[in-house]
Structures are given as structure tokens and as C-alpha cells.
Write a protein that binds this ligand. Structure first.
Ligand SMILES: Cc1cc2nc3c(=O)[nH]c(=O)nc-3n(C[C@H](O)[C@H](O)[C@H](O)COP(=O)(O)OP(=O)(O)OC[C@H]3O[C@@H](n4cnc5c(N)ncnc54)[C@H](O)[C@@H]3O)c2cc1C
Length: 415
């Protein structure tokens, strides 16, 4: 049996970030991972600027090494939005960006590559013990903390503190931490890889299309290196259940028949199967820690409820969990009460944005409103600066929580 202060379950972006931050703080950890890397993860493969910022904070060299493998990723400079009426707008992350001189704002990279690179970073650290190919199936609360075991008990870890980062289907999260799936705060999504999709943006803006047949949800096309694209659809789970909606069929339908897309996919070839997975959304605040444990990333239901972006939040929460672990070790206190500081910091860092995203998610359920906003912007592209300001101006973000602010601003600007 292994005895350790800190055990991290799962070596996806959340678990890897926690282990790396701990390592840089000089704190050893044991990481147990079910898969053997490189492993795939069903995802849209869009890696946000936030993810890059936190990784740079952990170790600036990570991104430099990642950049060196340029055949694995594309830099992304903005988002192309498509409205239900077919109108499209391109929103750069930064007005007047320079793809050569400006720092990267985000990437698209297959998760099989991106996650493997992070795990390579983990492998380089002397004070991280990574055990791959072991699935933790049993969690026993003991006076010292937790005793973890695989199915037949041949692998066991005793830890004072558990960082649970084993993704959207985490059994610990559901059965020990009590985070039940709530369909109004959960989404389903499917994705497939295609080659030779036409009409991708020259600076690789990712594409989100809000279509009548998918409302409330969206269809995405994210261009990848080598002529590939990650293509998918997602929708909130309560709508999927209520309508008995088949996401895979809907994706195939859009690609084959939708007037805006069928020509773009005419010569495209699908590689492999269409595959789906759950997205536990952060639109409902939950308790994500307790006696001797913290939940990170998808295990803590921390996916953005509007964009479905979860990699950045997983990395961010992993980083925060590592710093909380440092405090716990320093004070020898792993009580639920002390662990609340983790919840509070995660909420302070991510809460406002989750709230804003949730409000916009509900507004986006009205196709007429998306059409209205898109038409205004198509007629008056300077409105894009209003949207770009949302990313940088805090006051604007606060006002942005009020949908009437947006409607008034758009009417004023376009009149
Ligand atoms: C279709 C789809 C599209 C998405 N698109 C995007 C996107 O474009 N951008 C974005 O930012 N987010 C996207 N997301 C969300 C994103 O995939 C997740 O938020 C992200 O992977 C969360 O990282 P994580 O480290 O918490 O969990 P994961 O990446 O799921 O990692 C969990 C790890 O734990 C391991 N594990 C599981 N069970 C055990 C066990 N019992 N014992 C040991 N190890 C275990 C797994 O093997 C895995 O390696 C998408 C999700 C879906 C489903």
C-alpha cells in the first residue's frame, strides 16, 4: 500500500494542473489514472486563453514546449457566430489582432495530443508519482483521510487529502460528495472528426452556429491542423430528455441537409465514429469540498454553461486545489470547514462568469433575439467592439449581467 499526503484521482487537465502546481510548490503527490496516455477524451478540442494563462502561471515553459509542437495545434483568434436566420458575424478575441506578433489567445488541439503533453510534463517532475492504467473503484473514509483501492484491492493508496479530478462520470462526486446529476444544469454533446470541410476561417476562428432545429443548443466546427475539423452538437440535457432528441442523428442531418452547411461538407470525409459524453455545468452552485477532499474540473461540475468550455476551469480549479492543499498541510487541518476556503476561491474566480453565461444561455433560447442581435451587428460591425469590451472591462461585465443593458445598448448603437 502507498501512503501519501495527497492523492489525485485522474490525470486529465484538472488533475495534471493540480499535480504540477503542487510539484512547483515543492509538495509531492501520487496521481492515479485509469487510462494509459496518450488517451482520447471526447471533446470539442478548443483550449481557451484562460487555460493557457493558468498553465503559464504554473510554468511558462509548458506553453513554449506546447508551441514547439505546432503541427498538433492551431492558434484561434476569434469566434464566428451563426444566427438561426443564417446571418454570421466574426468576433475577434482582440480588435485588430496580429496573428504573428500577438500572444496566443487560445488553441484548437486534439485532446489526445494536448492531454498527453500535460501528462508528459507530469512525468518530468521528480515529486509526482504517476500510476497509469489503474481505475480507483473504492473510496473508504478512514480516520487519517481516505483509503482508495482498485477493483480487486491489489492497488491501494492511503491519503490524508484527496483531489478528485476523474471527470464528468466521477463516482466519488456522485456517491461520496453528493453531487447528483441535475438535467437543467447538465448538457449532452457529440463530436466527430472530419477531413476537408470547406469554408473555414483563414485565422481559424472557431464556429458556433445557433440553428432553429437545435434550439437551445449549438452546432460547432473547429478547424484542426492537417485539414481536420472537430464537428459537433450540444444541448442541455433536460431539453434532450423532454424531446427525446437524438444528437448523433441531428449532427448527421445538419451535415447532409442544412442549406448553410451541406455544400461545405460535400467532399468531407468522417474519420471514426461520432461519440458523445456528458457535460456537468457550473450554472448551479454546489459544495465541491468536504472532510479530506476537493473536487476539481468536471468532477466538481465546473463547465461553463454557455460555451461548454471546461478545460480552462478544470485547470484553474486544479491550480486552486493545489494551493488549498498547501494550506491544509501547513496547518494540518483537512476538515470540511477549512476546505470551504477552496469553494469560496473557486466561486470568487469563476462564479461571476458562470452567472453571466447562465443568463446568456437562457436568453439564447430565444431564436428571435439571436437573429435580432446578429442582424444589428451585421448592419453595424462597430458593435463588435462592445462585445470585445466584455472580455476586458469589469464594469461592463457587471452591467452585462443585465440582459436589458445589452438590448438597450444594441438598439442605441444601431439606431
Ligand atoms: C462533446 C464535448 C465537447 C467539449 N468541448 C469542449 C471544448 O471545446 N473546450 C473545452 O474547454 N471543454 C470542452 N468540453 C468539456 C471538457 O472536455 C471537460 O470539461 C474537461 O475534459 C474536464 O477536464 P477534467 O480534468 O476535469 O476531466 P477529464 O478530462 O475527463 O479527465 C478525467 C480523467 O480521470 C480519469 N479517470 C476517470 N475515472 C477514473 C477512475 N475511476 N480512476 C482513475 N482515473 C479515472 C480519466 O481516464 C481521465 O483521464 C467538452 C465536453 C464534451 C463532452
Amino acid at each position: 500500500m502507498i501512503k501519501t499526503d495527497i492523492c489525485i484521482v485522474g490525470a486529465g487537465p484538472g488533475g495534471a494542473a493540480a499535480a504540477l502546481r503542487l510539484s512547483h510548490l515543492g509538495i509531492p503527490s501520487v496521481v492515479v489514472e485509469k487510462a494509459v496516455f496518450p488517451r482520447d477524451k471526447i471533446c470539442g478540442d478548443a483550449i481557451s486563453g484562460r487555460a493557457l494563462t493558468i498553465l503559464r502561471r504554473i510554468d511558462p515553459g509548458i506553453i513554449d514546449r506546447f508551441d514547439a509542437a505546432s503541427s498538433e495545434q492551431f492558434s484561434v483568434w476569434g469566434i464566428r457566430f451563426g444566427a438561426p436566420n443564417g446571418a454570421q458575424i466574426d468576433v475577434p478575441f482582440k480588435p485588430k489582432y496580429d496573428p504573428i506578433a500577438d500572444p496566443k489567445q487560445g488553441y484548437v488541439s486534439k485532446r489526445i495530443d494536448f492531454d498527453n503533453r500535460l501528462v508528459d510534463e507530469v512525468k518530468k517532475r521528480d515529486n509526482i508519482a504517476l500510476h497509469q492504467g489503474i481505475s480507483i473503484e473504492k473510496y473508504e473514509r478512514i480516520p487519517e483521510g481516505y483509503l482508495l483501492s482498485n477493483a480487486d484491492g491489489s492497488f491501494q493508496v492511503q491519503a490524508r487529502l484527496l483531489i478528485v479530478a476523474n471527470g464528468a462520470h466521477s463516482a466519488f462526486s456522485r456517491h461520496h460528495a453528493g453531487l447528483e446529476k441535475d438535467e437543467a444544469h447538465h448538457a449532452g454533446a457529440v463530436r466527430a472528426y472530419y477531413r476537408n470541410v470547406k469554408g473555414l476561417h483563414p485565422d481559424n476562428f472557431i464556429e458556433l452556429h445557433f440553428l432553429n432545429e437545435l434550439n437551445p443548443g449549438y452546432f460547432w466546427i473547429f478547424g484542426l491542423p492537417g485539414g481536420y475539423a472537430n464537428v459537433g452538437v450540444g444541448m442541455r440535457s433536460d431539453f434532450i430528455s423532454r424531446r427525446r432528441f437524438n444528437l448523433t442523428k441531428s449532427l448527421e442531418d445538419i451535415i447532409a441537409n442544412h442549406p448553410s452547411f451541406k455544400d461545405r461538407f460535400k467532399d468531407a470525409e468522417r474519420l471514426g465514429k461520432t461519440m458523445g459524453y456528458g457535460l456537468p455545468l457550473g450554472s448551479k452552485r454546489r459544495l465541491i469540498s468536504g472532510d479530506h477532499f476537493m473536487l476539481v474540473g468536471d468532477a466538481g461540475h465546473l463547465i461553463d454553461p454557455l460555451s461548454g468550455e471546461g478545460i480552462g476551469n478544470a485547470i484553474n480549479s486544479g491550480y486552486i486545489a493545489a494551493e488549498q492543499a498547501q494550506q491544509c498541510l501547513a496547518t494540518n487541518d483537512f476538515s470540511a470547514n477549512t476546505m470551504l476556503a477552496y469553494d469560496q476561491r473557486v466561486h470568487r474566480v469563476l462564479g461571476k462568469e458562470m452567472e453571466l453565461s447562465y443568463r446568456i444561455q437562457r436568453i439564447m433560447a430565444r431564436p428571435w433575439l439571436i437573429n435580432f442581435v446578429t442582424n444589428r451587428i451585421v448592419r453595424n460591425p462597430s458593435l463588435l467592439y462592445l462585445i470585445a469590451a466584455m472580455y476586458t472591462d469589469l464594469d461592463m461585465r457587471k452591467r452585462g449581467l443585465n440582459p436589458f443593458f445589452w438590448i438597450k445598448a444594441l438598439m442605441k448603437k444601431s439606431s
